[in-house]
Structure formats: C-alpha cells, structure tokens
Write a protein that binds this ligand. Structure first.
Ligand SMILES: NC(=O)c1ccc[n+]([C@@H]2O[C@H](COP(=O)([O-])OP(=O)(O)OC[C@H]3O[C@@H](n4cnc5c(N)ncnc54)[C@H](O)[C@@H]3O)[C@@H](O)[C@H]2O)c1
Length: 272
C-alpha cells in the first residue's frame, strides 16, 4: 500500500467563507509540512485571493455536500454557522467551526447537537483565540468550582459596543472595567466577544456560572485573554497576548492557527 502522511490518502477538506480566517487557514495548510490543500470553498462570490486558486467554488450547502467533503471548516460568521453547519453534520460530515459564538444561543446549540447525532458526525469547537480549553475540559471531568475570564483590549477595540456607555473610551488613562457578569450576558451584550466566551462556557462551567470581566486598557496594544479555573484537579491560570492577522486586525493569528491545528488533528495519524 502507498504510504501517505494522512489517515486517508487525499483528505477532502472544504471551507465555508473566504475572508481573513479562511485565507489564513488555506495558506497555512498549503504551506505546512506535509502540505494539505483545501479542495472546495463555499463562497458568495468566487474568491480572488491566490490561496483559493484551484478550489471548487460552491454556492450553497447542497453544492458543498455534492463535492463530497469528509471535513468542513466554517470560517464565515454566526449566521453561516447557524444556517449551513447543521446540514453538513446531518449529512454525516464532521465540522470544525470558527464562529463558536453562535452556540451561545441555546436553540442553535440544540440544533447542531441534534444534527450531529442524526448524522453520527462530530462538531469540533476549537479553543480559537483563547487557548487553554483542553486543560479546562479535562478538569471539568472531575468537577470545576469556579471559572473566570478577563478579556482586555485597547480602548479603540471597544468602539461601537456597550463599553462606550461604561466609560469615555477616548479619555481613559488607566484600565476600566466595561462589563462584569455571566458568559451568557457577555455573549448577548458583546457579540464580537461571543466566540471566546461561548467556547469557554462550553468547555467549562456553562454560560450562567462562567464569570466574565471585560476591560478597556489604554496601556495595551494587543488583546489579552486570562482564564482562571479551580476545581478538584487544583487550579490553573492561562493567559494569552494575541497578535492580529496581518489581513484583519479584528482576528487573532492564534485563532487561525487553532483552526489549522484542529484540521491537522482530524487528518494526521499523530499530532501533539
Ligand atoms: N473562535 C475564535 O476565537 C475566533 C476568532 C476570530 C474570528 N472568529 C470568527 O470567525 C469567523 C470568520 O472571521 P473572519 O475574520 O474570517 O471574517 P471575515 O469577515 O474576514 O470573513 C468572513 C467571510 O465569510 C463570508 N460569508 C459570510 N456569510 C456567508 C455565508 N452564509 N455563505 C458564504 N460565505 C459567507 C463573507 O462574505 C466573508 O468572505 C467570524 O464569525 C468570526 O467571529 C472566531
């Protein structure tokens, strides 16, 4: 039998969306060792970037499924995750999602869970920009007593959010708390932050018991995420200071790398 670096000779990986995350994912996988080419993209219009050259372009979920993926990676947004991912799961195709914040809506979570059960497929929720969720999910198995998250960003990153009502973002000279509450409230009031708070809640204590503090900090140039967890396992603190993707200052490089790692985890025979 011919040797292959992957679990199947030619993994059929498709991506939904052709924005910054999809581009970083396609380029990262193609430039990896061994290289892995994404074969199809579901996009509203044919993408122009060279990273998408040679991919089949599909217009809807039916077209994507007709292409025959064994893995779909959603990189398009909360609406696309809600509308397209359940169909893929129900058809038996494993999915990795970037738009985890959509799962903060209990009806959406129930819908994808039911679709995955129906299709006997797996929905993978990567840690994204946060990191540390492998330890949190493992710790949960023996019982967690407290999970807190503190997300800090430069004041300009909070423009256009309810943080503008909590303080004068342009006049800040020291860090200011712009929100304190549950992960459920944080996801509803700060949808741009919902990916991290929803992923944390899913891996840990759930949306009501996970405590969230959001901070505008004029001393920062990068977004930072700090998770503290306590339980039967002991205690951990995990903090990341994230650089942005060159093409999209709203998206962190670690989030794109986390998707890339999740894809490799699916196709590679051995992965740390
Ligand atoms: N989990 C994390 O930590 C994390 C971090 C960053 C971004 N994200 C999420 O990843 C997603 C993508 O981020 P991005 O920076 O690439 O955004 P982006 O705006 O650069 O790209 C999104 C792309 O998806 C396309 N799209 C949207 N709806 C679509 C649909 N229904 N069908 C086909 N294409 C559709 C858009 O046209 C665009 O090309 C967002 O939901 C974002 O919130 C998650």
């Amino acid at each position: 039998m011919q040797s292959t670096p992957f679990r199947t000779p030619s993994p059929r990986v498709a991506v939904i969306g052709a924005g910054a995350m999809a581009l970083a994912l396609a380029a990262g996988l193609a430039g990896g060792d061994p290289p892995l080419r994404i074969g199809a993209v579901l996009a509203r219009r044919p993408p122009a970037a060279p990273a998408f050259d040679g991919m089949a372009v599909c217009a809807d979920a039916a077209g994507l499924l007709a292409w025959g993926p064994d893995l779909v990676v959603e990189c398009a947004g909360h609406g696309a995750m809600r509308d397209l991912v359940p169909a893929c799961l129900a058809a038996g195709v494993d999915c990795i999602i970037a738009s985890v914040g959509a799962l903060a809506e209990p009806a959406v979570l129930a819908d994808v869970r039911a679709a995955a059960e129906r299709g006997r497929a797996r929905l993978v929720v990567p840690a994204g920009a946060l990191g540390g969720l492998d330890a949190l999910a493992a710790a949960r198995l023996a019982g967690l007593t407290a999970v807190t998250y503190r997300g800090s960003k430069p004041p300009a990153a909070w423009k256009g959010t309810p943080a503008e009502e909590a303080c004068d973002l342009d006049a800040l000279e020291r860090p200011a708390i712009v929100f304190e509450g549950s992960a459920a409230e944080a996801a509803a009031r700060f949808p741009r932050n919902a990916n991290v708070t929803a992923a944390l809640a899913l891996a840990g204590l759930g949306p009501e018991a996970t405590r969230v503090t959001l901070v505008a900090d004029p001393g920062l140039v990068a977004n930072t995420h700090r998770i503290e967890a306590e339980g039967a396992f002991g205690r951990f603190v995990f903090e990341t200071e994230n650089r942005a993707l060159p093409d999209n200052p709203r998206t962190s490089l670690l989030a794109a790398l986390s998707l890339q790692h999740a894809v490799l985890n699916h196709v590679a025979p051995l992965i740390p």
